[in-house]
Design a protein around this ligand. Sequence first.
Ligand code: SF4
Length: 321
Amino acid sequence: MTYRIDSLKAPLLVSWQLTRDCDLACLHCCTDSAPGKRMADEFDAGEAIRFAEQLAHSEIPYVMLCGGEPLIVPHFFRLAETLGRAGIQLKIETNGQTFDDAIAERLARLPVRSVQISLDGATQEVYARQRPGASLEKAHAACRAVRRAGLPLEVTFAPTRFNIHQLEAVIAQARAFGAFRFNTGRLMRIGTAARQWQRLTPSAAQYRTFIATLQHQANPDGVEPIDLRYLPFTIVETLRENLADPPATMLVLPNGWVKVAAVLPLVCADLRRHTLADAWDLYRRAWRDDTTTRLLWSAIEDEARHSEANSWYCALRRACA
Ligand code: SF4
């Protein structure tokens, strides 16, 4: 069988987690991020900039900078500008707590495809229940700053028992801010969310209402159109699609390891030891490896296995040799 990725010389997207450090400690976090959670072996500034230069000289068209919170990384702009000046399209995922006009205006000089801001509630009380200590007004101010600078805005919403009833109101806010896209889906059982699962996970009835609301919101009359993205709705549905067509996305962890898939703990390359081209080759081989197939099926059959996603290890021949 030939996969689409076999014909690609490079990934179509690199999703780069710059750090596990964050200025928030959200209950639903899928990367186990929180204040002071920077990993001891994360890329230092020099390593990160060298990797950004490799990306700049590659044929990769699109890089997503995320975390943790990417904007608290001191060398964030050196990375974004190295990539952007090479013509690479950028997406920035941020909680919006420190995002102001100065940041927006500096980013607006680069080819930014979007800035994605998390709005997990329509009221401060609900938002802060899921994101303790966070300010919804700051997140809203960030949305306004993005649009004032003429940047495309995406909003993301992670549903939990706490906020799921506010979906419609948050979509309305996203429309009012001029977001072109609204991303959501079933809560992922990864990281902090896995540890808080019983407390957070919405009921089946809540999810039925949630999906009905999304379907209703897709084409309502008389309001600004917005691209509602919620399919595939579950990780399991995504994994089934990936088995037939592995994603052309390289997931880079803060220490330069490359993951095979977000939901698997499996690492297939180490960018401290492998070039970008070698890492892409190892990634494509990983999707043909029996270990990957076994772990993917195990994640499809048992959602509880998703909680192992952040216990990274390398079990693939060649990757760790
Ligand atoms: S969900 Fe985002 S903002 Fe919240 S702790 Fe995780 S990385 Fe930080």
